[in-house]
Design a protein. Structure first.
Length: 74
């Protein structure tokens, strides 16, 4: 799964260009703050809260595609 698909799943695909333009990937994602999100154009507080909650729900586990690739390669 890529960041754009993840955002689409949250109903926040409108932010995909901002994430792409700012090179936000799975490594950077858990380090984002509300201020970071505001800086890249996530103006609505509700959207920032939704994104931060979804990021927290990811925990430290890798995204599903990375797990699938690792299992397939084993």
């Amino acid at each position: 799964m890529d960041i754009e698909a993840w955002l689409r799943g949250l109903g926040l695909e409108r932010y995909a260009p901002a994430f792409r333009d700012n090179e936000i990937d799975w490594e950077v994602l858990p380090k984002l703050t509300s201020a970071d999100l505001r800086e890249i154009g996530v103006a609505a507080v509700g959207h920032r809260r939704k994104l931060l909650a979804a990021i927290a729900a990811l925990g430290t586990s890798p995204p599903p595609a990375a797990v699938t690739a690792a299992v397939a390669g084993a």
